[in-house]
Design a protein around this ligand. Structure first.
Ligand code: NAP
Length: 273
């Protein structure tokens, strides 16, 4: 702030205002305000999916060009018929603080530093803070989405766990979960994992956010799992708030990288002059 004369700016793009997106938006903007970051809401309406895709791409490109915006996040899931590809094609990788651009996804895949999706980052941080040993551990990740399950599987593999990725077509899910020291559940299915499925002492990270009878619950049946696990994250109050905190730390890093890129560019200009 002192060095740059202004706080970093975050833009949260919401395409099709669903109730969960608006709750999330409120939380992230509140987190921004608490630490003096300028958060803004970019509303993308649109009559139908085709119009929404056009408006979404245009909004992201405007934010790419806005020097006051250092980081862009697009609220997931996108409305029915709006392709993730629209975001992937439009977003500037230097402002992609949630690691969706192929450059950042590719850097992660190759084991280099880029922006990793904040939710996967939060799940990893929770495992680290549980004190569990990742090296050599058997890990099960339930969910293979490009924004949560797959990045986390890559990260855990890089940290020397042996990872099994499970999804809706997996046979014998309970059998696979039973052998795991680390269980990360990111399926969006309430009560998918219960205590009787777990190995004693397993570390359980519940990424799921579901609304059941007006209440927010995760993918793990907390009461039964808590008696078996050595550590377990609650929902709400677990991975979600940490995800927001990490997004803001990614934003700071993005602002520094953009400054560095500008300085490098200016340096090249003066050398060639
Ligand atoms: P997604 O794109 O819908 O992916 C869900 C994954 O779960 C898919 O791979 C799906 O398998 C798998 N799955 C669905 N039903 C299953 C079942 N019965 N058994 C095993 N696997 C099953 O969702 P996402 O974006 O990854 O999000 C996952 C959950 O995390 C959601 O509840 C979401 O709200 C939550 N979330 C939380 C945060 C946070 O900050 N805490 C952030 C993002 C998302 P297929 O691939 O075969 O369809």
């Amino acid at each position: 702030m002192h060095r740059h004369g202004r706080p970093p700016g975050l833009a949260v793009v919401v395409c099709g205002r669903s109730a969960p997106s608006m709750v999330y938006l409120e939380r992230i903007l509140k987190a921004c305000a608490q630490v003096g970051i300028e958060g803004s809401f970019v509303d993308v309406p649109g009559e139908d999916a085709a119009a929404q895709e056009r408006e979404l791409a245009a909004a992201i490109r405007r934010l790419n060009d806005d020097p006051k915006v250092n980081g862009i996040i697009v609220q997931m899931p996108l409305p029915e018929g709006v392709r993730l590809r629209t975001v992937v094609d439009a977003i500037d990788p230097l402002k992609d603080i949630d690691g969706i651009h192929p450059l950042n996804a590719g850097l992660l895949r190759l084991g280099y530093e880029g922006f990793i999706p904040a939710t996967a980052h939060a799940a990893l941080e929770m495992i680290h803070r549980s004190g569990a040993t990742i090296r050599g551990a058997d890990a099960v990740v339930i969910g293979r989405s490009p924004v949560v399950g797959m990045p986390l599987a890559f990260i855990l593999t890089k940290e020397d766990a042996s990872v099994t990725v499970c999804h809706s077509k997996t046979r014998d899910l309970p059998d696979k979960v039973k052998s795991a020291d680390l269980v990360v559940v990111a399926a969006g299915v309430p009560g998918l994992v219960t205590g009787d499925m777990l190995k004693g002492g397993a570390v359980v990270i519940d990424v799921g956010i579901n609304v059941v009878d007006g209440k927010i619950v995760g993918d793990v049946d907390f009461d039964s799992a808590e008696t078996v696990a050595s550590a377990i994250t609650p929902v709400p109050g677990g991975v979600g708030p940490l995800t927001n905190a990490l997004l803001l730390s990614h934003l700071m890093r993005a602002a520094q990288r953009q400054d560095q890129a500008k300085a490098d560019h200016a340096g090249r200009g003066s050398t060639s002059a």
